[in-house]
Design a protein around this ligand. Structure first.
Ligand code: IMP
Length: 178
């Protein structure tokens, strides 16, 4: 694994190795396997960033389950100054089911709050959240994050699904901006 990389105009150094990530993924998977046994389980993966975590996590889930992928589209609300983020691509009926939202990183928690609001209205049996990474110093959300792979400091990171202006998602480790 490279120690230093360059994406666009910025340099990044390795901060979490591929094997540390895989250990974290395994911990999250075994907690889910323990807690969700017997449930009608649907994973909802938030694109784009969560694609790699979702793939590795699902390989370690030992019960029957489904997975679907959704995206948040941003548009400007004409009646206010705010940016509205809407969940698109959810075709599954989640009523009465056990849902696990899969995120790459929870930073302020604003994104997660939007997602939870939009899922809750469809009356699932329960919704849990699994994120590979959490920035606890920034997190202001009120939503409990049930499964956290690793806590990270408040610095900009890329790799393993996370990008810097479109680049870096393919890296198997996580790199911090210099
Ligand atoms: P939040 O709404 O502040 O919690 O931000 C969550 C989203 O911001 C994540 O799903 C990422 O897409 C993006 N994000 C937050 N921190 C980073 C980072 O350090 N690197 C890359 N993307 C990030």
């Amino acid at each position: 694994m490279e120690e230093k990389i360059k994406l666009h105009d910025r340099e990044f150094i390795l901060s979490i190795t591929a094997s540390q990530i895989q250990d974290a993924v395994a911990r999250v998977a075994s907690a889910i396997n323990r807690d969700m046994a017997g449930e009608d389980l649907l994973f909802i993966s938030i694109l784009n960033g969560a694609f790699m975590f979702t793939a590795d996590l699902l390989k370690r889930i030992g019960m029957n389950c489904q997975v679907t992928f959704v995206k948040l589209s941003s548009y400007r609300d004409a009646s206010s100054t705010g940016i509205i983020k809407e969940l698109i691509g959810l075709n599954e009926d989640i009523r009465g089911r056990s849902v696990i939202v899969v995120e790459d990183i929870v930073d302020t928690g604003a994104t997660l709050g939007r997602i939870m609001d939009q899922l809750t209205i469809h009356n699932p049996k329960q919704i849990r959240v699994a994120t590979l990474l959490l920035k606890p110093d920034v997190f202001k959300g009120k939503i409990p994050v049930d499964y956290v792979g690793l806590e990270v400091p408040n610095a900009f990171i890329v790799g393993y699904g996370l990008d810097y202006n479109g680049l870096g998602r393919n890296l198997e480790g996580i790199y911090e901006i210099v």
